[in-house]
Ligand binder design. Structure first.
Ligand code: PLP
Length: 364
């Protein structure tokens, strides 16, 4: 690799250049980004098309959407912050809390953006290994807190492995966390959760050191428009707002989110369909001999370990674009109905090639 021609922070220079997941060919199913397989709802597309003032800047605070979300969740407008995707809000929170040498704790493996967001802020990522069942180990995460810790991120359901954190686990965890330490509850897949024991961010809106992150990208199907939100203490959100690149939430994203909330019933019906498909996919994989962790998002996880690249290639050859994490596992999004049989077909043949006793295989 050639050297960077200008002086760059060494930790930034050390990052691998960003590589987006593969784009799907015409007849392939793209199951690599946890996107919603449905086309936008008619009312949503129309509302966006009607909001055509491209020559005007948007409202910097997305005030209408904030007010609408505040009403929906029974909080004040200033307890809601809208960003260009919830990842950008997470970046703001890390920037607002961390100085170089501070620590950001999260589970690993979890969302790929977490280590990178810590590094961007000059902070040290502290990655706490997942426990049995690819679940968060909240005790170990609490143990990892030091006086340099500024943020703990809890991802539930965990991307890419799928299990939820329970309400009881989260409550016990919060009881161990210092009052002035920010806990971010990343609930990007909250709408897909069916486990009644799962933590619900709504119960923590009044807790001053907890910020709940949700997004319109997954269940609401607006990934391409970039809009997500945080609910938390107004002064914590003010700190995040101070680090925001102004005007990054477009009027079209705001309009689409508002229109989606108008059509929430139809969207929830689609979420139910995706959830049912997910359960069928997970059950089918287990029947084939795969050991699948609890799947509560819109994706399933195959712990393929050393065989990851080979297995991913088999899916790729079969016309399925999946997300492979080399040496670790494969995340497959729940996509179109026809993709389910295709996933199961390929999964049936590759499971036989895994060595006896492989962790991705169920014990007979
Ligand atoms: C997809 C995702 C997000 C949200 O992404 P945005 O499109 O930026 O809203 C946040 N956290 C996790 C764990 C995700 O998987």
């Amino acid at each position: 690799m050639t050297d960077i021609p200008v002086r760059v922070r060494p930790e930034i220079a050390a990052l691998p250049p960003y590589k987006q997941g593969k784009q799907a060919g015409a007849d392939a199913f793209k199951l690599s980004s946890n996107e919603n397989p449905f086309d936008p709802l008619p009312g949503v597309s129309e509302a966006v098309a009607a909001a055509s003032a491209f020559n005007r800047y948007p409202d910097a605070t997305a005030g209408l959407l904030r007010a609408r979300l505040a009403e929906r969740f029974g909080v004040g407008d200033d307890e809601v912050h809208v960003g260009a995707g919830s990842v950008s809000i997470l970046a703001q929170l890390v920037l607002a809390t961390c100085t170089p040498g501070d620590e950001v704790i999260f589970a690993w493996r979890s969302f790929e953006a977490y280590p990178w967001l810590a590094v961007l802020a000059g902070a040290n990522p502290v990655m706490v290994p997942l426990a049995e069942g690819a679940r968060h180990d909240l005790d170990a995460m609490a143990d990892a807190i030091t006086d340099r810790t500024r943020v703990v991120i809890v991802c539930t359901p965990n991307n890419p492995t799928g299990p939820i954190v329970t309400q009881a686990e989260f409550d016990a965890f919060l009881a161990r966390v210092p009052d002035d330490l920010l806990v971010v509850l990343d609930e990007a897949y909250a709408e897909f959760v069916t486990d009644p024991d799962a933590v619900d961010g709504v119960r923590h809106f009044a807790q001053p050191n907890v910020v709940v992150l949700r997004t319109f990208s997954k269940a609401f199907g607006l990934a391409g428009l970039r809009v997500g939100y945080a609910i938390g203490h107004p002064r914590v959100l003010d700190a995040a707002r101070s680090t925001t690149i102004p005007l990054s939430v477009t009027a079209h994203a705001e309009t689409a989110a508002l229109a989606s909330l108008d059509h929430e019933d139809e969207l929830i019906e689609r979420v139910r369909i995706v959830g049912e498909r997910r359960d069928r996919l997970a059950a089918g994989l287990r029947d084939l001999g795969w050991d699948i962790p609890q799947a509560q998002g819109n994706f399933v996880w195959l712990a393929t370990g050393e065989q990851t690249t080979d297995v991913a290639e088999a899916f790729d050859t079969g016309g399925l674009i999946v997300r492979a994490f080399a040496g670790d596992g494969i995340r497959i999004s729940v996509g179109e109905e026809e993709s389910v049989e295709k996933v199961l077909g390929i999964a049936a043949s590759v499971v036989k090639d895994l060595p006896e006793g492989h962790p991705a295989r169920r014990l007979a």
